[in-house]
Design a protein around this ligand. Structure first.
Ligand code: PHE
Length: 338
């Protein structure tokens, strides 16, 4: 048996040294070391031998196996190095060719403007809060003075999970969540995704808002107006046309909508501003006493304002984009422009 083993090693090493290429080495590997290989079948026979013989021959078998494996690995390695050198020499492999750069992604324009809005408000002493996109009817409507049968719900039809759970239609529920846990004075913005059953040139079923609110003693509509003017001028880096229009929201009283001069047509009228020359970009007002009641704030002591800005709208104006749906089509020809 010992002789058979030694003979086998000698044979194998000789054949390996004579091997002309990788394939032959691989073939020999299977022939000697494979599951049905010669060395493997000897190992199997070993188990029938008496104990002391089995031990010494077992060791020899293992040593041979190790030596053959080492030899095979070295040979395979040498062959691949040689292959590379050959292809370099023959010019098949051109190492001077520049590699392929993976294309770099970019920040989505909506995300970018959202970041700019946050920066401006952080600079004005506001802090950033967040709330869930899957929201309770209570926070989204009820606590904001929009009861179940209120007609204002029609403008904010949404996607219901069940009777009491829905996708939030605005970022205003964060007002309630925040005020329930903190006491005035407070200055907060709450950016995020909102959902409505809407879809056309200027509406998508999902869009982004940034809510802002400030509560303290003695806050007035003048504070709201001043803040929004500073905000819009910093965002657009210039004196843009801004107008406040009286409006209605159940959560504020008095309420206003803010329009800015359409920057796409410079106020001449286009499909985005529906020929009016103005674009509505935010809703605002003084927080309604009923809203303060639902968070147990004393509305005779505190006052405050709130506003909600549509981020896609201001992004369209900033970059002269005339169709809101472009933001969500994921067309690289569009996205690469930012
Ligand atoms: N949440 C209102 C909307 O999306 C906007 C708004 C926010 C109005 C804050 C007043 C105060 O329609």
């Amino acid at each position: 048996m010992r002789e058979r083993l030694e003979q086998l090693e000698e044979d194998a090493l000789r054949k390996l040294s004579a091997a002309a290429d990788k394939d032959i080495v691989t073939e020999l590997k299977v022939r000697y070391l494979g599951r049905k290989g010669e060395l493997t079948s000897i190992t199997r026979e070993l188990s029938k031998l008496p104990e002391d013989e089995r031990r010494s021959l077992g060791k020899l078998t293992n040593d041979i196996k190790k030596r053959l494996e080492e030899k095979i690995t070295t040979l395979l390695n040498d062959f691949s190095v040689k292959e590379q050198e050959d292809s370099l020499k023959s010019g098949i492999l051109d190492i001077t060719l520049p590699g392929r750069r993976p294309p770099l992604g970019r920040i989505h324009p909506v995300t970018r403007v959202m970041g700019e809005v946050e920066e401006i408000f952080l600079g004005l002493g506001f802090e950033v809060a967040e709330g869930p996109e899957v929201e309770l009817d209570y926070y989204n409507f009820e606590a904001l003075n929009i009861p179940k049968d209120h007609p204002a719900r029609d403008m904010q039809d949404t996607f219901y999970i069940d009777n009491e759970i829905l996708l939030r239609t605005h970022t205003s529920p964060v007002q309630i969540r925040y005020m329930k846990t903190c006491r005035p004075p407070l200055r907060v913005i709450a950016p995020g995704k909102v959902y409505r059953r809407d879809s056309d040139l200027s509406h998508t079923p999902m869009f982004h808002q940034v809510e802002g609110f400030m509560v303290d003693e003695g806050i007035t509509f003048g504070d709201l107006k001043g803040l929004l003017i500073v905000f819009l001028q910093s965002l657009f880096y210039k004196d843009i046309g801004i107008r406040f229009r009286p409006s209605f929201f159940p959560l504020t009283e008095p309420s206003a909508e803010v329009d800015i001069r359409c920057l796409i047509c410079e106020g001449k009228g286009c499909r985005v501003c529906k020929d009016s020359g103005w674009l509505e970009i935010l809703g605002a007002g003084m927080i309604h006493p009923e809203v303060f009641n639902s968070v147990d704030y004393d509305s005779t002591k505190y006052s405050g304002f709130a506003f909600g800005v549509g981020i896609e709208r201001i992004t369209m104006l900033k970059f002269g984009i005339d169709d809101i749906r472009l933001f969500f089509e994921n067309d690289l020809r569009f996205l690469e422009q930012f």
